[in-house]
Write a protein that binds this ligand. Structure first.
Ligand code: ZN
Length: 310
């Protein structure tokens, strides 16, 4: 096993080197071809991958393409939480982890099925053990079109239980399921001893949380799941798109969603239309990306849920 991961790691580094060489070789040509296009400093380049130490042996991965990821280092195995959005970023993340620990990376956990959390799957060694909720695996079976991505599907061990314990060697990690929230297959990764919980996209800061109705997510479910999360003896909460948060931050998010739910319920009772509710909340609908469902604002999600309840 150890040997295989080393070989895979070596291949990853080799691949990156090739990529760098390829890019270097292409640059002058690209510059010539795209004369009137944006100068290089305006081209969108992902930030470099960085590992932020949260507590001993637990890191948050920022930068690269896609959502923040997590790293939990045991004595025997390393668990990575989420896979970045591209193979390149996933490989850069694995290389960065290899610089801080020689323990083999054996387990990948998906907090849910969104592309910015799972599309980097092909950057992982072919023998990686992958864990996800069964609903999330189903989404990926539908979403993965690329043959190389599809090759990883049989490796995803889908679980349907409310909790699953992983022993990384001297470090216990619990994978917890509290029901539909951001999607219907969200996993909370909880380290009880270290009081750290990875929430995937169950937590957002400074903006409304996203609830994917097309993946059977629910704003009322989200409130219930976050209340369950606060029942855990956790102090530090990490997530896909926010900085490190504490219990008060989670409480504030619950409060803001509950207030919105109560206000929209009252507006519906007053006979207000969806358009009036959206106007009240200054909601501007963003068009959907080609072939993808439109991301609904929280106000619209709540409205639809309340209308279904009627
Ligand atoms: Zn997401």
């Amino acid at each position: 096993m150890k040997k295989t991961s080393r070989i895979a790691f070596g291949l990853a580094v080799f691949g990156l080197a090739l990529l760098a060489l390829g890019m270097a070789a292409q640059q002058p040509q690209q510059a010539q071809q795209s004369q009137p296009a944006q100068p290089p400093q305006y081209q969108q380049q992902p930030e470099p991958i960085t590992l932020e130490k949260i507590v001993d042996n637990i890191y948050q991965v920022k930068g690269g393409s896609g959502a923040n990821c997590g790293v939990i280092i045991g004595e025997k195995e390393i668990m990575v939480i989420d896979a970045k959005m591209s193979e390149e970023s996933a490989k850069q993340m694995l290389a960065a982890i290899g610089k801080i620990s020689s323990v083999p990376i054996r387990v990948l956990v998906f907090t849910h099925s969104d592309g910015d959390h799972v599309n980097g799957i092909t950057g992982f060694p072919a023998d990686i053990k992958i864990l996800a909720r069964e609903e999330a695996k189903k989404d990926m079976e539908e979403a993965f079109k690329d043959e190389r991505q599809r090759a990883y599907l049989p490796r995803i061990q889908a679980f349907a239980s409310k909790s699953l314990e992983c022993d990384l060697g001297g470090r216990t990690v619990q994978l917890l399921y509290f029901g539909p929230a951001h999607t219907n297959g969200d996993v909370v990764v909880y380290c009880p001893k270290e009081k750290v919980a990875f929430l995937g996209d169950l937590f957002f800061a400074g903006r409304d949380p996203l609830v994917h109705r097309h993946k059977k997510g629910s704003s009322f479910g989200l409130v219930s799941v976050l209340k369950n999360v606060l029942q855990l003896d956790a102090e530090i909460f990490l997530s896909g798109h926010a900085d490190k948060a504490n219990r008060a931050d989670v409480e504030a998010l619950i409060k803001s969603i509950e207030e919105k739910q109560a206000k929209i319920k009252a507006m519906i009772t007053e006979g207000k239309s969806l358009d009036e509710i959206k106007k009240f909340y200054n909601v501007e609908d963003r068009p959907a990306a080609p072939g993808r469902p439109r991301f609904l604002s929280l106000a619209e999600v709540i409205y639809q849920e309340l209308m279904e309840k009627e």
